[in-house]
Design a protein around this ligand. Structure first.
Ligand code: 13P
Length: 248
């Protein structure tokens, strides 16, 4: 069982969302995997209502605020997203961290808010090229992971992790399976330590960064890679179906 997740970022309004679901034909292995799509918040309702959407495809939002309500113009809360049909939310995506300046502390607050509202968070971690060149991969991803783990105060509720090296996002540069295995191994060890092996084993770690139908299988066979979080190649229905097929 692998997780195949599509993060649509700022693509696909409601019309394109309906078109995606009307042309998506999942391959026959789809039932063996967990399939997630993260449309933009304004397209969530269209995805929820799309008559052709296979119920195997679960939906999430790309970001939430940590407060439940209040004077936060432009933001959406976890409970609002849940009410609108989201079951998952990304938190701490590298574009949120690096384009919008989200801190580890804010990501941890969002992670906690998601769990409190009954949304399953997918916490994203990953180093920049500069950090990789300075041999700081472990330090950076463990700092980001520890921030969210510090907000896990109960055994209730699932969460997922995604390792997305910033230098591999939208660049066509993919981490090698060995790079992914090394980072995922580091994250897995810390999860084991923090949660105990049986609880940690229930936290899938996804790889993201220029995943395509042609490289997904190789990445998914790397050690501790439990799924993929895909941007560009998830936007087209045929390509998304091919990603699911590649999960085997
Ligand atoms: P790309 O697959 O377009 O590189 O994006 C990866 C990503 O950021 C998914 O969250």
């Amino acid at each position: 069982m692998a997780v195949v997740a599509g993060n649509w970022k700022m693509h696909h309004g409601p019309r394109a969302t309906r078109a995606f679901f009307s042309s998506l034909t999942l391959p026959s292995n789809a039932g063996s995997h967990e399939i997630l799509v993260f449309p933009s918040a304004v397209s969530l309702a269209a995805a929820v209502a799309a008559p052709e959407r296979d119920p195997l495809v679960q939906l999430g939002v790309q970001n939430i605020h940590w407060e439940d309500k209040g004077a936060f113009t432009g933001e959406i809360s976890a409970s609002m997203a849940r009410e609108a049909g989201a079951a998952f939310t990304l938190v701490g995506h590298s574009e949120r961290r690096h384009v919008f300046g989200e801190t580890d502390e804010e990501v941890a607050r969002k992670f906690k808010a998601a769990r409190q509202a009954g949304l399953v968070p997918v916490a994203c971690v990953g180093e920049t090229l500069e950090e990789r060149r300075a041999n700081r991969v472990e330090e950076v991803i463990l700092r980001q992971l520890d921030a969210v783990l510090s907000s896990v105060d109960s055994a209730e509720g699932r969460f997922l992790l995604a390792y997305e090296p910033v230098w591999a996002i939208g660049t066509g540069e993919t981490a090698t399976p060995a790079d992914a295995a090394a980072a995922h191994g580091t994250l897995r060890a810390r999860l084991d330590e923090a949660l105990g092996p049986s609880r940690a084993a229930r936290v899938p770690i996804l790889y993201g960064g220029s995943v395509k139908p042609g490289n997904a299988r190789e990445l998914l066979t790397a050690s501790n890679v439990d799924g993929v979080l895909v941007g560009g190649a998830s936007l087209d229905a045929a390509s998304f179906a091919a990603l699911v097929e590649a999960a085997g």
